[in-house]
Design a protein around this ligand. Structure first.
Ligand code: ZDP
Length: 284
């Protein structure tokens, strides 16, 4: 089977996009296999994830996102900005504000356009879920999970705050993110028995009420240069711990995102989306 694709990224968080509006790629097990094959950085195209562009009966379009390891995620922040740019530039939509059906609900990206150039994308990421069972997280149900002890072993003990942006996030505040052994601690928290669907793991350092330094160990991927849903979860966690205002700039290894948790309860994320190359690949 010949597949046409476009390679895009949001702050170095990179994706392979395949337009499936007029072409079905097959059942979920094949899609998981395909994601692993295409995302492999040596034997495939190379990316953090695979994004499918699909028709929808509920919204303008539908997005599915598969991680590097083939697992399907509910939502992706950097990916939906790329999705919106692709949809507009390929005339799948004719307006700059579109609705996208995802496993996390309908998400509303809005392209920021000037002189016919897409400068960025502002996304209404929906409302954060704070209740323990909605993260989801095991243990006696609580309305929020804020500044809670998470024990990996007798020496590795962290205070965590957990938030769902449709996908799970476990945030811990650190004094110096550069010295954090993200690739050692990340997978231990990702696979901790407290998280029945595993979790993304964010290590954040508060600079002031309006700035956060950020590193992420992504569920199903590993450490990445940026995570949009993670940046939103980090801002929400910082507000819940009274460490920042409701609007802040998140400094990720791949660049900056502006995040606002508005009084209407919605989280707004603004950032770039870039196309890199396009191509075709034969899949057997
Ligand atoms: O929830 C997960 O399994 C994530 N790894 C999905 C990808 C999230 C993404 N990095 C983002 O920007 O939110 C695309």
């Amino acid at each position: 089977m010949k597949i046409n694709f476009v390679k895009m990224h949001g702050l170095g968080n990179d994706f392979i996009l395949i337009d499936c509006i007029n072409k079905s790629l097959g059942d979920p097990s094949f899609l998981s296999y395909l994601a692993k094959k295409l995302c492999d950085r040596n034997f495939g195209i190379g990316a953090d994830g695979l994004i499918l562009i699909l028709p929808s009966s509920k919204a303008d379009l539908r997005m599915r996102i598969f991680n590097y390891d083939g697992s399907e995620a509910q939502m992706c922040g950097n990916g939906i900005r790329c999705f919106a740019k692709y949809a507009y530039e390929n005339k799948l939509v004719s307006k700059n504000k579109l609705s996208v059906e995802t496993l996390a609900g309908t998400i509303i990206p809005e392209l920021i356009i000037s002189d016919n150039k897409i400068l960025g994308v502002k996304v209404n990421m929906g409302t954060p879920k704070l209740r323990r069972r909605e993260i989801p997280m095991n243990g006696e149900d609580t309305l929020t999970v804020v500044d809670e002890v998470l024990k990996i072993n007798t020496v590795q003990i962290f205070k965590v705050t957990c938030v769902s942006m449709g996908n799970p996030h476990c945030i811990t505040f650190v004094n110096d993110i550069q010295s954090m052994p993200v690739d050692e601690i990340g997978p231990k928290i990702e696979n901790h028995p407290l998280f029945p669907e595993k979790t993304n793991v964010e290590f954040i350092q508060i600079l002031n009420r309006k700035e956060i330094n950020f590193r992420v160990w992504e569920r199903g991927v590993g450490e990445t240069l940026a995570c949009g849903t993670g940046a939103c979860a980090a801002l929400v966690a910082s507000v819940l711990n009274n460490k920042t205002d409701r609007e802040a700039t998140i400094h990720l290894p791949g660049g900056d995102l502006d995040i606002r948790w508005a009084n209407d309860g919605y989280v707004y994320m603004t950032g770039p989306a870039e196309s890199v190359f396009k191509g075709e690949m034969n899949i057997n």
